[in-house]
Design a protein around this ligand. Structure first.
Ligand code: ADP
Ligand code: GLC
Length: 490
């Protein structure tokens, strides 16, 4: 890199808030570029597919190129794309358009399952990005690829374009947001997406008889990061490694755990337009009005003083819903309201709907993806439950804390790195943690939490500690900057 110029970092990601979101990855790729771009000597761009969800927003997009051909791809598969530019505050997003692949109802699949051509869709996206940089003449110093959908960029660079002078100095960082999602496809896919078949061996992308896209990110990047220090250790063990712990152990000298942040501008109880009233640590009265609104929304008595336990989540095995459902009867014996917002796997959805019918006076359930309601739950609840089996980082505990709501969570991954058990003697800590993935353990944490509800001075101090927790990207972005500089030296 020329010392007089900005460091150019290109994010490649399958989602980005607020344009296209299914979970926390979108929040990270929507916010981190903004905070990185505020640091001096850094220029960040983001590359994203132009999904239907983005098109529907009618944004002011500027077309930069049209009908570009991907010559590398074999005859008979989709090979043409366009590039659009969208300016977000202080950085640019480049959108790859191919309507056959991306103009669909969902990002990755319907509730019935993944789209069968996801392997082709995201290979296409990666190749288009590699071609797109040349067209707009923007040479990245660092490629920062996120999750399996972006991982093939690194396979193409290493095994298809190794002599391309445009990329001679380009370095790469691959970030794992969730090791469980790997992008597994049959061996034939390699030829169909223009990758050499010799990569189908255990030292490369082969994985128990299939091709593993995520493994390309782990093997062919200059460095790997994941989204919390604890998760970076956990994924090197068979319990959390999803079959890739060996690969990660081999690369442990290049594996870094950087805790995510959240966007304190976008998530702010003093200004959040989704809330019926605003509040802050110093002036918390508005939180009570949010609470009333939340109770009203679910048809409960708005004057009730009972504690509210909220939960906002993808309905996926990772998130601990089997434990929750198993514990539900016991949880609802306590004098409280439980409020859940989620979408995802049908089986979990059905279990929850069944339970909601049984406990109409205490259990409020909404099956939807609803950002406004999510914010009302963060603000209006007293506690926030996160029983995850594993959690790479988790952002919902950070949003809860930001909105003065106390997390009760399983002690794993980023939950462990962001929540400290409240100590009533020293009045320190911002939440409640449990270790064993068992009802007994969950209930013990819940009971510790409930025993302090509105009991002074504990309750005020606990809430104060929650409000004072700092997970702003201002703090966390500089860790990425340092890592980029380190990677340039590799
Ligand atoms: P993950 O990425 O594994 O889903 P995170 O805790 O990192 O978990 O991020 C979840 C993000 O998705 C948060 O912004 C949360 O508010 C949001 N979210 C999850 N489910 C819903 C939903 N049903 N409606 C609205 N927002 C949701
Ligand atoms: C993944 C993880 C979640 C993390 C998010 C953002 O979706 O499941 O724990 O917070 O990515 O990094």
């Amino acid at each position: 890199m020329d010392q007089s110029q900005n460091l150019k970092v290109a994010f490649i990601t399958p989602e980005m808030a607020p344009l296209a979101k299914t979970g926390g990855l979108a929040d990270v790729t929507g916010a981190l570029p903004k905070y990185l771009s505020r640091l001096s000597q850094l220029e960040v761009t983001v590359w994203l597919p132009l999904y239907r969800e983005v098109k529907k927003k009618n944004l002011n997009l500027k077309q930069l190129a049209g009908n570009v051909k991907l010559e590398l791809l074999p005859a008979g598969v989709q090979n043409s794309f366009s590039i659009f530019e969208y300016q977000v505050e202080n950085f640019k997003v480049y959108l790859i358009e191919n309507d056959f692949y991306f103009d669909r109802d969902y990002l990755y699949g319907t509730p019935g399952g993944d789209y069968p051509d996801n392997g082709h869709r995201f290979a296409f996206f990666c190749l288009a990005v590699l071609t797109g940089w040349k067209l707009i003449n923007w040479k990245p110093d660092i490629i920062h690829a996120h999750d399996w959908q972006a991982a093939l960029t690194l396979a193409y660079l290493k095994h298809v374009l190794p002599n391309d002078s445009f990329y001679q100095k380009t370095r790469s960082l691959f970030t794992i947001h969730n090791l469980a999602y790997q992008g597994l496809f049959p061996p034939e896919i390699l030829r169909q997406v223009a990758l050499p078949f010799y990569l189908f061996n255990p030292e490369d992308m082969e994985f128990y008889g299939q091709v593993n896209y995520l493994k390309a990110g782990l093997l062919y990047s200059d460095a790997i990061s994941t989204v919390s220090p604890t998760y970076s250790q956990e994924i090197q063990t068979p319990e959390f490694g999803f079959g890739l712990d060996g690969v990660l152990r081999k690369r442990s000298d290049r594996l870094f755990g950087l805790l995510n942040g959240i966007d304190y501008q976008e998530w702010n109880p003093e200004t959040d337009p989704a809330l019926p009233a605003h509040y802050s640590r110093q002036a918390p009265a508005g939180k009570f009005l949010c609470r009333q609104e939340l109770l009203r929304y679910f048809g409960f008595d708005p004057q009730s003083k009972k504690p509210i336990v909220g939960l906002v989540s993808r309905l996926a095995g990772q998130k601990g819903f089997d434990l929750l459902v198993k514990s539900l009867e016991e949880i609802l014996k306590r004098d409280l309201y439980l409020i859940i917002l989620g979408t995802g796997e049908k089986q979990i959805q059905d279990m929850l709907l069944e339970a909601a019918k049984k406990y109409p006076d205490k259990f409020g359930l909404k099956i939807a993806f609803d950002d406004r309601l999510a914010r009302l739950i963060y603000a209006g609840s007293d506690f926030f439950l996160i029983p995850s089996r594993y959690e790479p980082c988790g952002l919902t505990q950070m949003y809860s804390l930001r909105y003065g709501t106390i997390p009760i969570a399983r002690s794993t991954g980023g939950l462990k790195d962001s929540i400290q058990e409240f100590d009533p003697e020293r009045l320190e800590g911002n939440g409640f943690l449990f270790q064993e993935y068992e009802t007994k353990s969950l209930l013990a944490a819940l009971d510790r939490a409930l025993s302090l509800y509105q009991r002074q001075p504990f309750w005020s101090k606990l809430k104060d500690n929650a409000f004072r927790s700092d997970f702003s990207w201002e703090k966390a972005a500089s860790n990425y900057h340092e890592l980029y500089l380190k990677i340039l030296e590799f």
